[in-house]
Design a protein. Sequence first.
Lengths: 293, 250
Amino acid sequence: MTTDKAHKILKRKKLSQSIAFSIFALITAVVVLILLGILYFIFVRGFPALSWKFLTTMPTDGMTDGGIYPAIIGTFCLIGGSMLFAFPIGVLSGIYLNEYLLDGKLKNFINMMTNNLAGVPSIVFGLFGMALFVNKLKFGDSILAGSLTLGLLALPVIIRTTEEALKSVDDAFRIASYALGASKLQTIRKVVLPIAFPNILTGLILSIGRVSGETAPILFTVAAYFLPKLPHSIYDQVMALPYHLYVICTSGTNIEASRKMAYGTALVLILIVLISNILAGIIRNYYHKKNKI
Amino acid sequence: MAKLSANKVNLYYGDHHALKDVSLAMDHNTITAFIGPSGCGKSTFLRLFNRMNDLIPHVKIEGEIIVDGEDIYSKQVSVDLLRKNIGMVFQKPNPFPKSIFENVAYGLRVNGISDKNFIIERVETSLKQASLWEEVKDKLKKSAFELSGGQQQRLCIARALAIEPSVVLMDEPTSALDPLATHKIEELVFNLKEDYTIVIVTHNMQQAARVSDKTAFFYLGELIEYDDTNNIFTKPKEITTQNYITGRFG
């Protein structure tokens, strides 16, 4: 091959390389811009509404003034309740699937089902929750029914992340533990879980983000249109941020007047999700540094 | 009576016949080296003695593996107890992501020992046996990952010794280490002979010649020759052995 030809080929390679990278960069930039755009849009409109009073008082004047205190508390109740239910069950199932169940038809079947469950639209979870928890089990519209419904929604995500977290634990650690006479349970409890824990926790926090923003599953199971008091038991209804946002945007007493409140609510919701994601990152980094893996 | 012995052992990974009719016996307080090219079955054979092959699916084992006169594949044998008695050190240093202290204490804890003073004492003794004590005695609470590769491997040896096994199996324990660290481990292995039966798989023929009393040469799943290390390296009976140790293949 002449040097001239080689030179040409090199030039062409460089050109196609830079075109490809420019396209990738451009697309990434578009995505980031859209995201920043949404955040900016909500932030600029929501920030003026944000105040201590907004966060800590009941809504007043037909939800055109006052705060969103009961909705914040309600959302936290639902997050807590759903995680209390979904986290242990999800983690234990994940452990069973990854550590105990051998590869085969049963495992494939269960994996397929969890994947499908993760893809089921949230409104379907809402309907199911209403049929089972509200009506059949007679929990009524309550924190209990709403938490269980949201927990079901979060379950496949938690199972999946637990499985992935366990899968990423190097087999050398398991083998070292067995070689010292440890049983399987001891190995899982003392070696595998501590290593996988930060990643499992990340899964939990990410699903908190998801659960806190869901509207459809709480629509028929717990959410109150307007309830300016705090819940006393798990059988009480509550307001919740996403549903409150929906209500004041579509069926409030004076939608125009509630606009500011709506953006404020949206901002609080976004902040909860954002903070939980950042928290997930911090926890993961902390443990990775600590474990130095 | 031999400490460890194998009687006509055949092992299959699915359809692959990995060990063919292997029989050999090893005495207490000796170091036996298994040598042979990659894939010859030496590591597989080593893992039979603490039943590590049980963890691999589709493995079929025929024949007898006898430790202290007992067939370890019989139904009455508890695998956990067997592994407590037969320690193992692996190719790549694999300390747990725990402190240096907890790494050594782990084997004691999982074997039901909770006496704090006893654990502290065992950890110290084991680290001394693994000639690591002087280097780590002031940082026992530090993560094991802060140690160098060679130190980590000695930590793994201490971890194996802590539960007082009578046999230590070593699967190419120095192949991931530099010459200096290798030298330290070899010295250590040599000293351990006093109290243990040691079996060491190695790719490094000088290593086998330096540390072992007996050497077994494996080729294509068969035990070709098993004799005093001196004889194997100076006057091997089999032509394959001679070709291998003179570096004609490998």
